[in-house]
Design a protein around this ligand. Structure first.
Ligand code: PSU
Ligand code: MN
Length: 333
């Protein structure tokens, strides 16, 4: 019996490993689909911006998540680029979602939060999922999309030196050549260690604008300096172009500080973060549930202020006023 299983498994694995047809099957069919409007834009060399979906499936509730997702896509469209929200529907990675597909992801209860390690299981089981920064970078790269915009990326969790809870977003940035534009890292995380880890992974991190201060999503200050800063869109585009042109195979992180007037009061959020963290500790929440739990607690503790502010930042802050990432890609093509 055991022999038989080993035999069939062995045969199966070697078919997968040596059959290029399996790879083709992946790229052109069963597991991977590029929406026609996105495909067309890519073929014609028009700018495409990738967007993640964990924020839709695990960051907010229905129907607020749906309207946020639609609005963000609209901003990309208004600025002359094509939005490609990445998500997984019934075992197939979708690069670009129709409105029905967006609605399905936003309203489904049984969706998985999908980072690199989750992909094989979710695809092989035909499940649906929201892709994290890590999962979205993989899909964007496979589709040939060089720029991806999000709110806050994952990082080293506070206490990560003991728990080893380090987001796969950071290793992904070290191994996948995509430029991620974000409003930095929320101080629910250990920002200092996150920056150290990004250095270890060889990720070129640059703050956007006049200051080298690395932004903390809700606030323009984190107390930590980014190794570099790019003063404007042109410098950012040059940076991305040199990283991708060199074939470094690692990603770039451009951190755009939120506009001052949009930031929720830093002190209020900081106190709520402390409370949320101790609640997570006392409830024993760990692993992939930790980030969604803290974000939800944060929202409750600030009477929705942290979420309002997150949405505003997604729409404006992380976007450097709306057009920044689009401009990056115009300069790249
Ligand atoms: N940080 C936020 N909001 C988020 C996330 C992170 O401020 O919604 C999401 C992103 O999709 C990110 C993921 O890629 O959580 C990281 O999760 P983890 O810490 O489990 O790697
Ligand atoms: Mn984690």
């Amino acid at each position: 019996m055991i022999r038989k299983i080993t035999y069939s498994l062995g045969r199966h694995v070697s078919t997968v490993a040596c059959g290029t047809t399996q790879v083709r099957r992946f790229l052109h069919g069963a597991y991977f689909k590029i929406q026609p409007s996105v495909q067309e834009a890519l073929m014609e060399g028009r700018p495409v911006v990738a967007l993640e979906s964990t924020i839709i499936t695990h960051g907010m509730t229905y129907p607020q998540n749906l309207s946020m997702a639609r609005e963000v896509e609209e901003i990309v469209t208004t600025n002359g680029a094509v939005p490609a929200t990445v998500g997984i529907l019934r075992g197939q990675i979708h690069v670009g979602l129709t409105d029905e597909e967006l609605e399905f992801l936003a309203s489904s209860k049984n969706v998985v939060k999908v980072s690199r390690r989750d992909l094989p299981y979710v695809l092989s089981q035909g499940l649906s999922g929201g892709t994290t920064v890590s999962g979205t970078m993989i899909a964007a790269h496979k589709a040939g999309i060089p720029v991806f915009v999000t709110g806050g990326i994952g990082g080293v969790h506070r206490g990560g030196e003991n728990t080893l809870d380090v987001s796969a977003d950071l290793t992904e940035l070290g191994r996948t050549p995509v430029a991620v534009v974000s409003a930095g890292v929320k101080s629910i995380l250990d920002i200092g260690r996150t920056l150290e880890y990004l250095e270890t992974q060889g990720v070129c991190v640059a703050a956007f604008g006049e200051s080298r201060e690395f932004p903390a999503f809700f606030s323009r200050q984190s107390g930590f300096q980014a190794p570099y800063h790019v003063r404007d869109e042109e410098e950012a585009a040059e940076l991305i172009a040199s990283a991708l042109g060199l074939g470094l195979s690692s990603g770039v992180l451009i951190a755009v500080p939120c506009p001052q007037e949009r930031a929720a009061s830093g002190q209020v959020i900081e106190e709520a973060i402390q409370q949320a963290l101790s609640k997570a500790r006392s409830k024993g929440i760990t692993g992939k549930e930790l980030t969604p739990f803290i974000l939800q607690m944060l929202n409750e503790l600030t009477d929705g202020k942290s979420l309002d502010s997150s949405i505003l930042l997604l729409k404006a802050g992380g976007w450097g006023g709306g057009s920044t990432p689009v401009y990056f890609i115009y300069l790249l093509i």
